[in-house]
Design a protein around this ligand. Sequence first.
Ligand code: KIV
Ligand code: ZN
Length: 508
Amino acid sequence: MGEKIVIFDTTLRDGEQSPGASMNVEEKLRVAKQLEKLNVDVIEAGFPMASDGDFEAVEAISKAIEGCEIAALARADITDIDRAWGAVRYAKRPRIHTFIATSDIHLRHKLKKTREQVLEDVVRAVSHAKGYTENVEFSTEDATRSDLEYLCRVIEVAIEAGATTINIPDTVGYTIPSEFSRIIRTIKERVPNIDKATISVHCHNDLGLAVANSLAAIESGARQAECTINGIGERAGNASLEEIVMTIRVRKDLLDFYTDIHTEQIFPVSRLVSTITGMVVQPNKAVVGTNAFAHEAGIHQDGILKEKTTYEIMTPESVGIPKSSLVLGKHSGRHAFREKLGELGYELSSAELDVAFKRFKKVADQKKVVYDEDIMTIVEDEIFRVPDKYKLININVQSGTVTIPTATVQMEVDGKLVQDAGFGDGPVDAALKTIQHITNSKSRLVRFAVAAITGGTDAQGEVTVGIEEDGQTTIGQGASTDIIIASAKAYINALNKLEYRKKRLQGL
Ligand code: KIV
Ligand code: ZN
């Protein structure tokens, strides 16, 4: 079985730093609950100094989650650490994660500090955090571009001051596996008190090597891996949790380690993160992409039918992909629907179930078969929406080769019926412009993406819309068998989220 690798999930902190991936407090709580089911060891819930929203999310997650350690990030700065503790102190097992850069590039250009000054900051910060909790992690930002001798000195000093986990980030995704192995081995050899701390790694994916580098570090002595669901994160993202975990599991013949991850929860959490952030998982993404278990070539299909292991190194069920993708139809009843929801990781109250079931019946009337993906979209659409200021009542759009695309839209704004009509460059443009006119929104569209959730011309289309106003970005989603309706719903969802966020910022 070998040694345990601690899985530190930073989807809610580094993952949320992906451009456009911001989540509100409720959404973060939903992801945290799913991460608890996945059984990650540590959830990094946010960076409380970064914003009031981050503070609130860390506090809420600390209060709600009991099965995982909760970490809060702070710069190596007293005010930051106080703020982090203020949010994470409610956790059953809190962790303060403090960091400072150690590379000369960062010291010279960003921090404008000498190496000696940084050493002093490390001691001050770690000792201060230690005053709050035994569980202190210290990160040497940009470690892989730091002078190795200095890096070892910083680590030694941090452990002396009380750090129990030392994280070695490849902040800019610069290292390669052989070099990273050497760095970890050198730290183990040269830092005299290294046995008093767990070595952690945190790899970014700028050269597509984040998972390979993390695994190389584990083979060289790291015992904690920092990672995110679907590999989301700053720039090209972080090491993907599902890839690290499944490699350790599938190649246990070579990697004498284990994790406590409940791997059958991987797919539900991947889908949830993708839905909430609007970051679509690429079809050929390892482990969780829609093509990850699809066999196209005749020779492969023949092999799979004869013996699965010919072309499958892990089963779809082992990562939580439901056995068959074709399940419910218009004759399916409430009982089967509830069972399916359970399989997909949803626990709904009976009132919520009523709402979702009604919509399911509508979809089932329009489509011959209702796939798992359709059901997940129905639940997201009907149940987990933010309180609506704007509601779509009716929409009609005319377009064609000779008609100027025209939309007539009826909406409820704060419960009052409002209607308008407008033109556009195409049917979607006409619909969105008319909605913008009705809501008087000053926001601008920063993202528009359409995906067919399932195959066939009767597929449900899922539209993702990103809008921005005064530096606030929100992502909205909408689904329908009609792409214009899906677009209108997605846009209205983004507008509702924006209104909701504005209210929260005003403390309402
Ligand atoms: O990439 C990085 O260096 C980080 C640290 C804050 C751990 O995210
Ligand atoms: Zn990072």
